[in-house]
Design a binder for this molecule. Structure first.
Ligand SMILES: Cc1cc2nc3c(=O)[nH]c(=O)nc-3n(C[C@H](O)[C@H](O)[C@H](O)COP(=O)(O)OP(=O)(O)OC[C@H]3O[C@@H](n4cnc5c(N)ncnc54)[C@H](O)[C@@H]3O)c2cc1C
Length: 387
């Protein structure tokens, strides 16, 4: 615990974005003489989520990867699509392993200070940012803030917004039942009515897997609904009768084109979910966080505003079109993902989702999804978007 109240940089939130940013700063000589504080109300000592993502080697996360896979499948009521992921690997990291590893590395740096406190307000005045917490007031030349903007729930109604919400059980069996060489990214055979809902299965071993029931919808559901679908899926599709639940995970991730970047200023940068770093069309953010953090460091080093050019406009547009279709015609989710995964190569899809695709690859993706719903949404938003 530090007695200082002024820091060169203050990072609010020791979650995925805050810790990735601090790690990147700590490993760059440019920040050697900078005092950096991380403020979080939580000690981050429980496993609150499992992060999964795809990547190619080399990777900075292999030492904390819980499990990785080279194969995946997407199952719809019409077909099973088997995907060979090479040169990509799909990986899972337990958040507790990430928090422990990040904190261990950061605590070796005398310029990094962890403060357990709850931030109440962040205000920019002249050349400083004043951060008022429950216990204190801190000042900094630049604040990185992972809190979701207060008016998000009110104003998100004016954006194209749905929620990715889910519950998962990590189950353990006595006998070998899982094929642990393959992830089930989406299984649409069990659905809640006509909505976009699917089951996601991460087999960590032959006897242990995370089975998650997920909705991409506007409305949330009660806890029992998820439980009912997970139970049914395990019995009817995995054909497992005997198991114990060793962990549960619940989550809500905004899928939205809400203009989070409008909250960035010269001295305050919103980061993580609060900064719009979760990809609107997928809910994935682990790898996007890595890239945003690298861009922020690059900007700081050349004396640009840290949030400068953090987003690529054309992908914001693609996400918007996709969200519009999914929101207005939620029953089409199964068809959309079937087309996407069946008609494109793994490399084209992952490059597109990683926002690294060429225009030719984007045309291929658009062609695979071509339908009146997409054409309508495309035309409607194309006229309103400036690239
Ligand atoms: C259950 C779950 C599973 C997910 N799985 C995946 C996945 O598999 N792959 C993927 O790419 N993405 C996934 N996501 C989406 C996204 O990657 C995560 O939500 C990610 O944690 C977002 O990072 P963040 O830093 O914005 O938020 P967080 O990791 O939630 O961190 C925010 C931090 O800010 C702190 N904080 C908030 N308010 C205050 C305050 N007022 N004062 C002090 N501290 C405060 C919190 O305590 C928290 O530690 C998942 C999300 C959830 C919820």
């Amino acid at each position: 615990m530090s007695n200082n109240t002024h820091f060169d940089y203050i990072i609010i939130g020791n979650g995925l974005a805050g810790l990735q940013l601090a790690l990147k700063m700590a490993s760059n000589a440019f920040f050697d003489n900078k005092q950096i504080a991380l403020i979080d109300s939580s000690k981050k000592n429980v496993n609150d989520k499992t992060w999964s993502f795809w990547e190619t080697e080399p990777s900075q996360w292999n030492n904390i990867s819980h499990k990785s896979w080279n194969k995946a499948s997407v199952i719809t009521s019409k077909k099973t699509i088997d995907l060979e992921l090479k040169p990509y690997t799909y990986k899972s990291i337990r958040s507790i392993d990430f928090y422990k590893e990040a904190k261990n590395r950061l605590k070796q740096n005398p310029n990094i200070h962890f403060i357990i406190d709850s931030v109440k307000s962040v205000k920019e005045e002249n050349d400083n940012v004043f951060i008022t917490t429950k216990e204190n007031t801190f000042t900094t030349s630049h604040a990185f803030d992972s809190r979701i903007p207060e008016n998000f729930s009110e104003y998100s109604k004016q954006s194209i917004s749905i929620t990715q919400h889910f519950k998962g059980w990590v189950i353990k069996t006595k006998t070998d039942v899982f094929d642990d060489s393959k992830v089930i990214m989406m299984d649409y055979r069990l659905k809640d009515g006509n909505q976009t809902t699917f089951t996601y299965v991460l087999p960590f071993s032959k006897t242990e897997a995370l089975v998650e029931f997920t909705y991409f919808t506007e409305q949330l559901v009660n806890d029992e609904s998820y439980d009912e679908y997970i139970k049914n899926y395990i019995k009817e599709y995995l054909k497992i009768d005997s198991y114990i639940i060793i962990e549960t995970e619940t989550g809500q991730i905004p899928m939205t084109n809400f203009p989070f970047d409008k909250y960035n200023t010269k001295r305050i940068t919103k980061i993580g979910t609060g900064g719009g770093w979760v990809k609107g069309s997928t809910g994935y953010s682990f790898k996007h966080t890595e890239k945003k953090v690298a861009k922020i460091i690059e900007n700081i080093k050349v004396n640009k505003t840290p949030s400068n050019n953090l987003f690529k406009r054309k992908y914001k547009f693609y996400d918007k079109v996709f969200l519009k279709v999914l929101k207005d015609e939620n029953h089409k989710g199964e068809w959309i993902f079937q087309q996407f995964y069946a008609k494109n190569s793994v490399e084209t899809m992952f490059k597109f989702l990683d926002e690294e695709s060429t225009f030719f690859e984007e045309l291929k993706i658009m062609w695979s999804l071509s339908s009146w719903s997409f054409i309508k949404a495309f035309l409607k938003h194309f006229s309103k978007t400036s690239f």
